[in-house]
Each structure stands twice: as structure tokens, then as C-alpha cells.
Design a protein around this ligand. Structure first.
Ligand code: GDP
Ligand code: IMO
Ligand code: MG
Length: 428
């Protein structure tokens, strides 16, 4: 029937996993369309924490089909770890998931190339998760890559060998020698065997047939809008498109099938890795957000940089993706704060603007903040929007007015049940 898209609006880690897990059983299918194991999507179910990297966040729901789309890049090793963990919980991954034959494979040498490229950049490094994402997408667009479908071909080993040798030459160019490829190849080929036993199909037909039968799809974004390869803070971005348009290409569904676009933002802002972050708080307040929000990477464990919410950046993301619904997460992290701040404008060259400049890192850009009163109240037990303290409802009204997008959900904790639906848009 239709496809709804769910995206992160910031620099990732907005709480996509948690919200997709909540929304999943309202759809027939949950589908990942870009990124790979650089993502870490956390779900907290009955007090237990699960982190998914490549497998869609609908996997915990019986009766929901999970699709790993053609736009995703798969590391067979991480993938095997994920499938084994889920199978140990008696989740029939083979039954609940299908994988695109067109998804590209991350080779061990892609990861080495990622590391070699980052170390060559020195101070200018991207701060990549080093999961091989950039080199794999480079081989994709360079028309050199290996795809899931290739593992079913009789000459797969030769194709692998040819690409590996190319990569070894490149590693030689970087003078990167600190690796033992044989050690990495063992688990990789085991991971390939694991993939072979799963359902590998032409997911574009599967998804379009499902739509024709009246089924619904939730497309689960990874990373965030400001990490988009075209519109993010280039070059400090990831190597895929992270916006609504990417769901179409990454799944093989027409843009005309897209209905709602859910955008997620934290009530503040975080970033892992290098690159501009105008509202960053490199001080005690930033540390407080990090501690209260447990802001440590779900994939790498790195401390996340923390700062106030950046509304011009959110407005940009809302525009690029055509948001229909906004979801605010982690408002509870600021429960104790006397006041909170939001960046409403940038001052560039003495002029106020809400437009993002070409280079968000330009030295003369200063964020302009507006201060809002805090609520200093635990909101964990509140389940009705109208019962929230006035400073929160006023802040939400301000965000809706600024961004011109209605807020659908306010998330109040990491747990599956910890959220509030806003009354007028509660029919999801
Ligand atoms: P994702 O990559 O967008 O799925 O987000 P991550 O899982 O990397 O990071 C979000 C973190 O915040 C996870 O640890 C979640 O369990 C947690 N989380 C999600 N929503 C909320 C919320 O509303 N409040 C709090 N306190 N934590 C949340
Ligand atoms: P989820 O889906 C936060 C960041 C990295 C680095 C840059 C490039 O969990 O929100 P890459 O590994 O893609 O070469 O890294 O992008 N990054 C993320 N930051 N959440 C993510 O995913 C991220 N995926 C990549 O930290 O700065
Ligand atoms: Mg994450």
C-alpha cells in the first residue's frame, strides 16, 4: 500500500532503533536501505539491551518481515555475530528476514583500507567507525564491488581473490602493512557460509509485490541527515545518502509510494567522530549530557560529543527529507536542568541567518541561543502528553512552530514503553 520512512535528523544515534522497534508491528515489513555495520541501533526490551548493526530493528516482532535492502553494505562477520545472538534468543532470523542479492559485501580488505586511509589523513581524519563503509561504497560506485548474489556463483572465490589483490596493491600504496589477512579471512568465509543459508532474494520484487498486495513498509534509516554524503558536513560524513530519497534507491521502490516521513531528533545533540558541530558544549554541561544520556557509541564505545539542539540544522534536514512527523527523544535526560538552550540562528559575518552555510565549520559562524526554563521533574511515569510539565509542552510547541512539522512522539526513556504519543496525531 505505502512506504513510511524513518530517519535520523542529526549526526546519528537519535534513537532510531528504539522507535522502529515500537512502530514495527504497525507494518508488515521493516526495511534497511543504506549504511551498514557503522550503525548501532539500540533496543531495550523488558530491561534488556540489544544493539543491531545491519539487521532491521523490526526483528524482535513475530509476523514482521525484515528486509536488508540493496542499498545496504554487509560485513559477513558482523552479520553472523548478529544472527547468532538473535538465534540464541530463539528468534528465527531465517524466517523473519530476507536479504537483497544486490547488497554489497564488505571485504576484510575494505576494513584495512578504511584504517589505512584514516591513518594517512592524520589530524584530518573523518573519525570513521572503521567498518569498511567508505571503501565498500567506493567499490560500488567504481563498479568493482562484490554483491551478495555473487556468493552463489561458481567463480565467487576467483572474484574475491581478484578484488582482494587490487586492495592489497592499494594497501601497498598506503604503505599499510600491519595486518594478517589470513586471520581475517577465516571468519569472513564462515560469514559467507552463514549468508548462504539465509533467504537471498531480489528484494525489489518482494517489496513491490508486497505493496501491490496492500501491505505496508517502514523504511529504517541509519546514520543521520547531517552525515549524508551530499548534504552533510562533507567530508566529515558517511558514504551513503541518509535522506528520504535514499529509501527509494536503496530498496527499489518508487518515490511515489512514500507516504509519511518520520524524522527523529534528540532534545539536544550529539556527534561521534570529527567534523563541525556549532552547538557543541566542550565543558561541564557537555559532560553532564554525556553522563545523563549515556552518550557512548553503540558501535565503537567512543564518547559522543554533546551539545544543545541545533534548529537551523534540523530545519535543513526537515526540508531535505520532506518531514511529515517529528519525533523527539531523550527529553528525560534534561529532567534536572534548571534551564535548557536551543540554537535558533547562526550569526555569520555579523548577520543572523537560519540557513546552513556551505561550510558549517567556518570560523566566523556563531550559534545564537534561546534559553528555555527547565522542568526539574521526573517524567518517567507520565503517559499523557497533557500531563507533561508546562515547560516541556511549551518547548514542544516552539519546536513545532519553528520547524513547521507536528511532533508525533516524545520519547522519555530507553525502554520500549517509555514514550508519549501526542494526542492529535496518535493514529499511527
Ligand atoms: P540509533 O542509532 O538512532 O538507533 O540510536 P543509538 O541506539 O545509537 O543511541 C540512542 C541511545 O539512547 C540508546 O542507548 C537508546 O537506548 C537510548 N534512548 C533512546 N531513546 C531514549 C530516550 O527517550 N531517553 C533516554 N534516556 N534514552 C533513550
Ligand atoms: P547510527 O545508525 C553516529 C559517523 C562516524 C564518523 C562518520 C563516518 O547508529 O545512527 P563511517 O564509519 O561511516 O565511515 O563513519 O560517520 N557515523 C555515525 N555516527 N551514528 C551512526 O549510525 C554512524 N555511522 C557513522 O562516527 O564520524
Ligand atoms: Mg546508533
Amino acid at each position: 500500500m505505502y512506504v513510511d520512512v524513518l530517519l535520523g535528523l542529526q549526526w546519528g544515534d537519535e534513537g532510531k532503533g528504539k522507535i522502529v522497534d515500537y512502530l514495527a508491528d504497525k507494518y508488515n515489513i521493516v526495511a534497511r536501505f543504506q549504511g551498514g555495520p557503522n550503525a548501532g541501533h539500540t533496543l531495550k526490551i523488558n530491561g534488556e539491551r540489544f544493539v543491531l548493526h545491519t539487521i532491521p530493528s523490526g526483528i524482535f516482532h513475530e509476523g514482521v518481515c525484515n528486509v536488508v535492502g540493496n542499498g545496504v553494505v554487509i560485513d559477513p562477520v558482523t552479520f553472523q555475530k548478529e544472527t547468532s545472538k538473535l538465534e540464541a534468543l530463539n528468534i528465527d532470523v531465517r524466517e523473519r528476514m530476507v536479504i537483497s542479492l544486490r547488497a554489497h559485501l564488505i571485504l576484510p580488505t575494505h576494513k584495512l583500507l578504511d584504517a589505512a586511509s584514516e591513518s594517512r589523513k592524520g589530524q584530518a581524519k573523518i573519525g570513521s567507525t572503521l567498518r569498511g563503509i567508505g571503501p565498500t561504497y567506493m567499490d560500488h560506485t567504481g563498479r568493482n564491488g562484490l554483491r551478495v548474489g555473487d556468493i552463489l556463483e561458481p567463480d565467487f572465490k576467483q572474484r574475491y581473490q581478484a578484488l582482494k589483490e587490487k586492495h592489497e596493491e592499494l594497501l601497498g600504496f598506503y604503505n599499510y602493512k600491519d595486518y594478517d589477512l589470513a586471520e581475517l579471512e577465516g571468519p569472513w568465509f564462515e560469514g559467507i557460509e552463514n549468508l548462504r543459508r539465509l533467504k537471498l532474494i531480489n528484494t525489489e520484487y518482494f517489496l513491490n509485490d508486497a505493496l501491490a498486495k496492500g501491505q505496508t513498509i517502514l523504511a529504517e534509516g541509519a546514520q543521520g541527515s547531517m552525515l549524508d554524503i551530499n548534504f552533510g558536513t562533507y567530508p566529515f560524513v558517511t558514504s551513503s545518502n541518509t535522506l528520504t530519497a535514499s529509501a527509494s534507491i536503496g530498496l527499489g521502490i518508487s518515490p511515489t509510494r512514500i507516504r509519511k516521513v518520520y524524522g527523529i531528533s534528540k532534545a539536544y545533540c550529539t556527534r561521534v567522530g570529527s567534523g563541525p558541530f556549532p552547538t557543541e558544549l566542550d565543558n561541564d554541561m557537555g559532560e553532564l549530557l554525556r553522563q545523563k544520556g549515556s552518550e557512548f557509541g553503540a558501535t565503537t564505545g567512543r564518547p559522543r560529543r554533546c551539545g544543545w539542539i541545533d534548529l537551523p540544522a534540523l530545519k535543513y534536514a526537515a526540508m531535505l527529507s520532506g518531514l511529515t512527523d517529528l519525533i523527539i527523544t531523550k527529553i528525560d535526560v534534561m529532567n534536572d536542568f534548571e534551564e535548557i538552550q536551543a540554537c535558533t540562528d547562526y550569526e555569520i559575518d555579523g548577520q543572523k541567518t537560519q540557513d546552513l552555510p556551505y561550510d558549517l565549520g567556518r570560523k566566523d559562524l556563531k550559534p545564537v541561543f534561546r534559553t528555555f526554563p527547565g522542568w526539574q521533574k521526573d517524567i518517567g511515569d507520565i503517559h499523557n502528553f497533557d500531563e507533561l510539565p508546562a515547560p516541556i509542552t511549551n518547548y514542544v510547541a516552539f519546536l513545532e512552530d519553528y520547524l513547521k512539522v507536528p511532533i508525533t512522539i516524545v520519547s522519555t526513556g530507553p525502554g520500549r514503553e517509555e514514550f508519549i504519543l501526542k494526542e492529535q496525531v496518535s493514529t499511527l
